[in-house]
Design a protein around this ligand. Structure first.
Ligand code: NAD
Length: 431
């Protein structure tokens, strides 16, 4: 089974199942070098991609140029491919448990068209064991084929970072794993077609799955520690960012800062690990505590602001607050699982009028997802302004800009600490 040679000589194709933030950039990168079929169940998204539009707003139209790629939502087209990469969402449900429905559905699609000699590689983030326990049995059952003898499987986690133009699929070391040594070797060669940074061959599929899940769990726990420290320092009347700057002069102090942890990776992936741990009889105390702290930050921020409004001698009821930034992180349009929505909801529960502005987010999407829209025009009498997301458009704003939007005794809540040292006249607070 020399899949690498067959792909390289274009005797067969590579397919990408799930063309979102992760899948589309990989598909287009491979399509510069080999023949690709891009499959997604969402036909509206497929139509946009056929017209060189990235539905996730990450890639320019130029990225679609000179790409040997066919976009389709017809699963039969996948029969013409032999190397299938699955990059569908792995969210959590309302009970914060892994929701493997998209992964199982994509595996079912591939299982039905799988033929001898094919490869299936998973890129979706999962708990250790998911590929072998959940996916491979479906592939074998639906295809009637046997793993190892007839087809091979691999797992290669994705490490791209939305909005990050520096760390891309070609420039990040790719962790690779395979169901046997031949699979590992072939999958490794295939990824090296596009990954200039090289690959790391993990010893097993489970190790590769675990490596990905702990990358994000480690970030989550460290940010939770920063959030807890910021609550403590707030009570001590010392600025967390000043403390972190001082501590950061030590060679081995880790560079993390407090903030809202939203999106569909860092705030979600740890639940995959804690789920599997508890299935095995282990209650993950540190990881669960970190999740609890981070999930409570929206309410904490709102409560701290309400206290400040009261201390400034203002009325909380019907006060006006502007929230700048609604996406889950800076410089992206993605609003899914944005924790800014928690801040807004909590403020509204106190009877505060909240205006929201964001240069990247879609007002309609916000309305659909969270029930609030972006305000059409900004006022000049806000009691408080929360700089919630550090979009590049906000980084050069000076104090006069915020004064022009504020009434007397205006308050600035600088969640990300980007205005630290710049605000002298307004009442400044940060995490
Ligand atoms: N977004 C990131 O930065 C990032 C980074 C690393 C890893 N990941 C992981 O990568 C995976 C994909 O995430 P994403 O952000 O690209 O998701 P996404 O929501 O942006 O895109 C997923 C795409 O898959 C499609 N899809 C859903 N079910 C399908 C099915 N059964 N068959 C075919 N297509 C289907 C959707 O229509 C959508 O276009 C997740 O496991 C995620 O945790 C994401």
């Amino acid at each position: 089974m020399n899949i690498y040679e067959n792909l390289h000589s274009r005797q067969t194709k590579l397919s990408l199942i799930g063309l979102g933030y992760v899948g589309l950039p990989i598909a287009l990168e491979f399509a510069k070098k080999i023949s690709v079929i891009g499959f997604d169940i969402n036909s509206e998204r497929i139509e946009l991609m056929k017209n060189k539009k990235d539905p996730s707003n990450e890639l320019d139209a130029a990225e679609f140029n000179n790409a040997d790629i066919e976009f389709t939502s017809n699963p039969d087209d996948l029969k013409r491919a032999s190397f299938h990469i699955i990059a569908v969402p792995t969210p959590i449900d309302k009970n914060k448990l892994p929701d493997l429905k998209p992964l199982i559905s994509a595996t079912t699609t591939v299982g039905k068209i799988l033929k001898k000699g094919d490869y299936v590689v998973y890129e979706s983030t999962v708990y250790p064991g998911a590929t072998e326990e959940q996916c491979i049995p479906i592939l074998e059952k639906l295809s009637g084929l046997t793993l190892g003898k007839d087809f091979k499987v691999g797992y290669s986690p994705e490490r791209i970072n939305p909005g990050d133009k520096l760390h891309t699929i070609t420039s990040i070391t790719k962790v690779i794993s395979g169901s046997d040594s031949e699979a590992l070797q072939q999958i490794s060669k295939v990824y090296q077609i596009v990954v200039n940074a090289g690959v790391y061959e993990a010893s097993s599929i489970k190790v590769a799955e675990a490596a990905k899940i702990i990358e994000n769990t480690q970030r989550d726990v460290n940010i939770a520690l920063m959030n807890e420290l910021s609550m403590i320092f707030n009570k001590m009347n010392i600025n967390t960012y000043e403390v972190l700057k001082a501590a950061g002069t030590k060679w081995n102090f880790l560079n993390f800062s407090p903030g809202l942890v939203g999106g569909h990776c860092i705030g979600v992936d740890p639940y995959y690990l804690t789920y599997k741990a508890s299935e095995l009889g282990h209650v993950a105390q540190i990881i669960n505590s970190g999740r609890k702290v981070n999930d409570g930050m929206g309410a904490y921020i709102a409560t701290e602001l309400v206290k400040k409004i009261i201390h400034m001698g203002k009325n909380v009821l019907n006060s006006n607050v502007l929230v700048m930034g609604a996406t889950f992180k800076e410089d992206v349009s993605d609003i899914r699982n944005s924790k800014v929505a928690d801040v807004i909801k909590e403020l509204q529960s106190y009877g505060i009028n909240v205006d929201v502005t964001d240069p990247h987010a879609s007002s309609e999407e916000l309305k659909r997802e969270y029930g609030f829209s972006l305000c059409a025009s900004l006022k000049n009498n806000y009691d408080a302004i929360i700089l919630a997301v550090s979009h590049r458009e906000y980084l050069d704003l000076d104090e006069n800009y915020f004064i022009s939007l504020s009434n007397q005794r205006g308050i600035i809540f600088d969640i990300k600490g980007v205005l630290h040292g710049k605000i002298n006249k307004l009442n400044y607070m940060s995490l």
